[in-house]
Write a protein that binds this ligand. Structure first.
Ligand code: GLA
Length: 387
């Protein structure tokens, strides 16, 4: 039985009615880290790790949700919804979407839901955006809210900001919803214009290496970085009133006012300005089919994240250094918010298997942990699927 059938069976046995099915993918980010909330550029894509949702309206005046992966069933009364702090915290990603729809003035009737999939949790692949955006599309469809894809992205991001309480940018939800097979998305987070670039890897492939590290400081440090970037903007604004975000700043401007900055704030801003440049340079390299240059920019991005933005961790640094010294890898860097999760690697296809073996051995020698490796492909964004 394939996974869709398992979800279907569970849905039928719990609720005895036919659902709508939606698939909702994880995301990667080729380059452009911690630039989204600075209104800069990112280059993410949806991938072939996904959640499946089965959803249908019900008449019992309760939201009934079954999380297949946790084997957990929760009933939520149709009353003003408040974030959960107990073991049902995972429902916040779903109910946050309902609350945002309500805030927009929609009446959201109660529904039945089963969801689950193969996105590794805590690996920095944005399973949270997959939960939010998957449900958002399902509800938009079954209740005919007629919201656009971009509306669903914004609703999902707000659900995470306001109901889950994580101040993420828009990259994850955008990539989840606008992803297209074999393409990366150049998203301008200032005006949400986007452009798709074919990712023709030819002799190479993408491999994610999962540190299996999840630092608890990730979300507090994330918010600190946001504040540090804002502090930098406030300094620059005094001299250059047109500066509203780090997106409006180039190297020269930053350099000009360097002495006004505390060194830490300056390093953070310097990283963001350079990372934005790297995203655009990588798009040019993709056009030129220059994968080696894409790889060089990825290594440069990692160094910036490690030393200037300081959101890496020893395990990520170990894996990137290992990759840099392995002849089969052209590019490697930490991916996502940082302090754990995965590295993204561009690896020569014919050497991919042996690279994974070498990395797994080295990682185990280094810290006794079993490395998980995910060879991935770029896939379509969230969509309705046929049973
Ligand atoms: C997390 C956030 C994104 C983005 C990345 C860093 O994944 O959810 O919005 O800020 O970190 O690039």
């Amino acid at each position: 039985m394939d996974f869709l059938q398992s979800i279907h069976q569970k849905f039928l046995s719990l609720y005895g009615q036919q659902p709508l099915f939606v698939r909702s993918p994880a995301r990667i980010n080729l380059i452009g880290e911690h630039t989204d909330y600075n209104y800069g550029y990112v280059l993410p894509a949806a991938i072939d790790k996904e959640l499946l949702f089965a959803v249908a309206p019900n008449k019992v005046n309760q939201f009934r949700i079954f999380a297949y992966n946790f084997d957990d069933y929760v009933l939520i009364e149709n009353q003003p919804l408040v974030p959960q702090t107990n073991k049902n915290k995972w429902t916040n990603y779903l109910m946050g979407v309902v609350v945002q729809l309500q805030k927009l003035g929609f009446t959201v009737p109660t529904f039945d839901c089963v969801f689950g999939g193969n996105i590794p949790k805590g690996a920095g692949l944005s399973s949270s955006a997959a939960v939010e955006c998957g449900l958002a599309l399902a509800l938009n469809t079954i209740f005919d809210f007629k919201l656009s894809k971009l509306d669903l992205v914004k609703i999902s991001q707000k659900a995470e900001n306001e109901f889950v309480g994580v101040q993420c940018g828009i990259m994850d939800q955008f990539a989840n919803t606008f992803g297209l097979k074999d393409q990366v998305i150049l998203l301008d987070c200032k005006n949400l214009d986007y452009q798709l670039f074919p990712l023709q890897l030819n002799d190479y492939q993408l491999i994610l290496l999962d540190t299996d590290v999840h630092h608890s400081l990730a979300s507090s440090e994330y918010n600190t970085r946001r504040k540090q970037c804002e502090a930098g903007v406030n300094i620059l604004k005094k001299y250059e009133p047109y500066v509203n975000s780090l997106r409006d700043v180039n190297r020269e401007t930053l350099e000009k006012y360097k002495k006004e900055f505390d060194y830490t704030i300056w390093k953070r801003c310097d990283y963001v300005v350079k990372e934005n440049e790297r995203v655009l340079a990588v798009c040019q390299s993709l056009k030129n089919a220059d994968i080696e240059d894409v790889g060089r920019k990825m290594f440069a991005s990692h160094l910036g994240l490690q030393y200037d933005y300081e959101v890496s961790c020893p395990e990520l640094d170990f894996l990137v250094t290992f990759a840099a010294n392995d002849g089969s890898v052209v590019g490697s860097r930490m991916m996502g918010g940082g302090f754990g999760g995965c590295t993204i690697n561009i690896v020569r296809k014919e050497k991919a298997k042996s690279f994974i073996q070498r990395a797994t051995y080295a990682y185990a020698q280094h810290n006794g942990k079993k490395l998980k490796a995910y060879p991935i492909k770029i896939a379509d964004g969230t969509s309705i699927c046929e049973n």
